[in-house]
Design a binder for this molecule. Sequence first.
Ligand code: TYD
Ligand code: MG
Length: 472
Amino acid sequence: MAKTRTTYLCRDCGGVHPKWMGRCPDCGGWDTLEAFREPEATATVGTVAGVALRGEGMGEDGSSVAELTLSQATPLPDVVGLEVPRRSTGVAEFDRVLGGGIVPGAAVLLGGEPGIGKSTLLLQTAVGMVRTGGRVLYASSEESPQQIKLRADRLLGEDSEGLDQLFLCTETSLVRILEQIRRVEPTFIVLDSIQMVHRTDLDAPAGSTTQLRRCCHDLVQAAKVTQAGLVVVGHVTKEGQLAGPKLLEHVVDVVLAFEGDRDRGHRVLRAAKNRFGSTQEIGLFEMTEHGLQEADQAAEAVDAAGGGTPGLALSATMAGTRCLPIEVQALTATGFLGSAKRRASGLDANRLAMLIAVLEKHGEQRLADQDIFASVAGGARVVEPAVDLAILMAIAGAHLGRRLDRGTVVLGEVGLAGEVRSVRHLEQRLREMGRRGAKRALIPGVQAAQGMTLGVECVPVHRVSDALAALD
Ligand code: TYD
Ligand code: MG
């Protein structure tokens, strides 16, 4: 038998090294390398960690697994394009982030701080999958079936009819989880969370690098063999530590992060990696008394017909294919010349500094002794240049005590020469804001022709000074 090779994995960045070192050359972390033994080649096709998930391994579907192991190099034009089959998870916002549903056999890693709502999201997804005709195994390594039932009651109220295809189990042993997969034959598997799961035949404690990599690897394998969709939860602590998700990113097909402010209700689901779709799309949710509400209209917090106060400017930002209204707020206060404060919240601080300089130079305002604070309402984070002009107008309005008319949207990138540059997807932004009640829009002069027919009164501006003229 071939000797199993030992490599050293970094607990923080997942880097692989042939020798132990005190410091990881990839991420510079001290004492983060742990010994890791490569899994031996799986003995039989269809068998994972000794559990035969598929008969003799050569069933109707088993052949595809055999092809996998005997793959041949094929010239590109001969590769037959595969229509990726997807199953809806029953949660539209989750589907959106996955790229239109979960791909059978795909493995998804869901990371997020404790308490953010991962278990809630997955239980809702499990219910959604069952309601759309799936068969789900929800394995928890942290909570008892009773605790999960309590959460389900909270989510569903009395409405727990028709959920006999949702199977719950509490298990920390990997082999027993695989055994459950064999018995239940689910189309969708949830494991909440991977951190506590272990293989007893490994000489390493639960939660260590070796256990995590091996167990995750085995589960991914099991999903491939049974063609079930798999979602595995990994915790991230505030410092991003724990022999955690970073290490598993290479093993899975999709890496999702569930984020948000724990004190506020809003939650955002993002993809950091997606082998089957874009990583631009985001899912929006709101945590309520009865679980996560899908918030397609989440940005209702921003009133597109509002504004009309000095220091406020409405704009629209793109998140994937979706357009979200935002409200930029600014405040200026007299500070000390030479040490004026500039603070950005939800915005890029460097961009803010640049916009202030442009406003001084091309808007002829004296801001050197002004403390300037700028933020995006609602806790969103906006890094798109298309909102430059809105930030600049909010600051100018705050400083001069002048306002934009109610329902005025500001769109445009600002250049260092004081020019207003074009933005992507102008039409979509205008349409969306118009639908939400916006009346007027300042748009880049070079795109004047595009905005004229869209029901929102468009004011083309070529330079920052033109835009400032729109302030009353
Ligand atoms: P949970 O899903 O357990 O978080 P995680 O698995 O990421 O650790 O839920 C976290 C919080 O959500 C918890 O503090 C309670 C709250 N919550 C609600 O506000 N409404 C609900 O309906 C549920 C189920 C939970
Ligand atoms: Mg949980």
